[in-house]
Design a protein around this ligand. Structure first.
Ligand SMILES: [Zn+2]
Ligand SMILES: [Zn+2]
Length: 303
């Protein structure tokens, strides 16, 4: 069982010699979700051994190149690798037209189905309801239409108290019923009460992705109680004005969102190339929200 995040890029619009643009891979029980796809994403996927064939859903926050330019070559590689399974892409409209134009211009005929989901609206929306996880989109505040994503693991099954299995000689189908929360009525009339046989399941975990955005107070309500919050921190306190002018956040802004949301941990990223190291940004965030850290490329975080 896993719910873990691998960071493939921590740079903002201008990549550096050791930082790639934004791309994250969230592994939810071996379903891989690619979140943003900046230039070089597929090279980073190879470097950090991300299995291409396990990606069936790609979520793009907005149509700025540092979050999108890696998608075209990735689609081309999927094709060359003989992909057959459908691929879902979620992004703000009008990315469908951009994608169609690109495929036409470069005479690319995909050997797999592309299912596009254009995002719009000003409220939180459920956009994927999978067996194990629900994914929601919510609006951010940037220079173009931009969406954040919330991944929430579905409630797990109840846990069977081990000694009850032998004491009541529970069959496999009875165990499955109890795990789903039902009581059991046997043919003999015996009633087996669920609450006496099981304990509450551990709560599902959650991850929220916020990039790019200026600070706005309502954001905390979209990501309330999340176990891990990723939030862009393009600038430090020294460039707060620039952050406001460009529709971005400082590390301190990100930390305020994490604190107001009651997040478990805060991961910072999307660092401006002017910061050789993100240490300053990490320190400024920790002054507001101690459980803050700068994301590191290639690192995998258990959530
Ligand atoms: Zn960006
Ligand atoms: Zn942007």
């Amino acid at each position: 069982m896993s719910f873990r995040l691998t960071i493939l890029g921590t740079s903002s619009a201008l990549p550096t010699s050791d930082r790639y643009p934004t791309a994250h891979v969230l592994n939810v029980h071996e379903r891989l979700f690619l979140i943003d796809c900046g230039e070089g994403t597929q090279m980073q996927m190879r470097r950090y051994r991300i299995r291409f064939g396990k990606i069936n859903h790609i979520f793009i926050s907005h149509l700025h190149g540092d979050h999108f330019f890696g998608l075209y070559p990735l689609l081309s590689s999927f094709n060359l690798m003989g992909r057959k399974s459908p691929l879902n892409i979620y992004a703000p409209a009008p990315f469908e037209e951009m994608l169609a134009r690109h495929l036409k211009d470069f005479d690319i005929k995909l050997g797999f189905e592309l299912i596009t989901h254009g995002l719009s609206g000003r409220s939180m929306k459920l956009i994927l309801d999978d067996k194990r996880v629900q994914v929601f989109s919510f609006p951010l505040k940037h220079r173009v239409k931009t969406f954040g994503y919330l991944f929430r693991e579905k409630e797990k099954e109840r846990k069977i108290i081990k000694e009850c299995v032998t004491r009541h000689k529970l069959s496999i189908s009875e165990i499955a019923l109890l795990k789903s929360g039902a009581d059991i009525v046997r043919e003999s009339g015996e009633v087996i009460i669920n609450a006496e046989m099981t304990t509450l399941p551990p709560p599902g975990v959650s991850y929220a992705f916020c990039s790019d955005t200026a600070f706005f107070p309502k954001l905390a309500s979209y990501v309330a109680g999340v176990n891990m919050l990723y939030h862009e921190a393009t600038f430090g306190d020294d460039h707060e004005t620039l952050a406001r002018q460009t529709g971005h956040s400082t590390a301190r802004h990100a930390a305020v969102v994490a604190r107001e949301a009651g997040a478990g941990r805060l991961l910072l990223g999307h660092f401006s190339a002017r910061y050789k190291s993100p240490v300053q940004l990490e320190e400024e965030a920790r002054q507001v929200f101690p459980a803050s850290e700068a994301a590191r490329e290639g690192e995998t975080y258990d959530i």
